[in-house]
Ligand binder design. Structure first.
Ligand code: B12
Length: 211
């Protein structure tokens, strides 16, 4: 396995130029961009979250780490898109209403793109109606909902309820995720699947798309 310690360190310290340089070096050495996300970026951002919770990091450190990640994604996104995989399905992705966390959702989106999915990312604080419009407009088969707050988990249920009322629930598969989400919560609100992390999201989306 490639040594990602420099890249991880650069993300952890929010050093965007060093992160981009380390990522470029790894890619030039032939590392698969999907592996780079799985083995370096995702664990580094999860560690950033832990450090914040432990009171060792504060908001500025978080935002710097997120920016470093974003710049690395700018480098690898075109490579992910080039991978020789037929488009699997269209996924509408967003963080539910009331919730502004998007680091995990962005990782999920990038990994899905890497897995050959077309991703329509609606951003954060997305009301149910906006998901519906995107599903209709893009003829998407899968919807991915993210929530990081226990207080916004009910917005996932509400979103699914509005899908049912609007008559689109039968046409789409819904997967959900985010730190407070569990399989039993997904079952309780009638979601089709729960994914623990970005790598799981790809495997689940493949299954939901019937691949
Ligand atoms: C970063 C962060 C912020 C940043 C967000 C920046 C951004 N652009 O996202 C800022 C500083 C803005 C922020 C604000 C707030 N935050 Co905050 N934040 C975090 C923190 C530290 C890390 C979250 C993160 O990015 N983790 C790293 C990513 C990679 O992990 P992830 O998000 O879990 O995503 C992975 C999986 O969950 C999964 N996944 C995620 N989404 C999806 C979707 C699908 C479909 C699938 C399949 C999988 C999946 O895959 C991802 C990749 O592997 C967490 C603590 C933590 N450790 O979770 C608190 C945390 C979530 N925040 C919290 C709180 C309370 C807040 C605020 C209310 C604080 C305040 N008083 O203002 C506000 C809320 C603002 C709002 N309305 O949303 C609490 C929530 C507590 C609770 N019980 O609900 C936490 C848990 C911290 C804590 N322990 O108190 N926060």
């Amino acid at each position: 396995m490639a040594d990602f310690s420099q890249l991880r360190e650069a993300v952890l310290t929010g050093n965007a130029p060093a992160a981009v340089a380390a990522a470029r070096q790894a890619l030039d050495a032939g590392v698969d961009p999907v592996e780079l996300v799985n083995q370096a970026i995702s664990p580094a951002m999860e560690e950033v979250g832990r450090l914040y919770e432990a009171g060792e990091y504060f908001v500025p450190e978080l935002l710097l780490a997120a920016r470093a990640t974003k710049e690395v994604f700018q480098l690898i996104r075109p490579l992910l898109a080039q991978k020789d995989i037929p488009p699997a399905a269209r996924v509408v992705l967003g963080t539910v209403q009331g919730d502004l966390h998007d680091i995990g959702k962005n990782l999920v989106g990038a990994m899905l793109e890497g897995g050959g999915f077309e991703v329509i990312d609606l951003g954060v604080n997305v009301p149910p109606e906006k998901f519906i419009l995107a599903v209709e407009e893009k003829q998407a088969q899968i919807v991915g909902l993210s929530a990081l707050l226990t207080t916004t988990m009910p917005a996932m249920k509400k979103t699914l309820d509005v899908f049912r009322t609007a008559g689109i629930r039968g046409r789409i598969k819904v997967m959900i995720g985010g730190a407070p989400i569990t399989q039993s919560y997904a079952d309780s609100i009638g979601a089709d699947a729960y994914g623990e992390n970005a790598a799981a999201a790809v495997a689940i989306a493949r299954k939901l798309a019937g691949r």
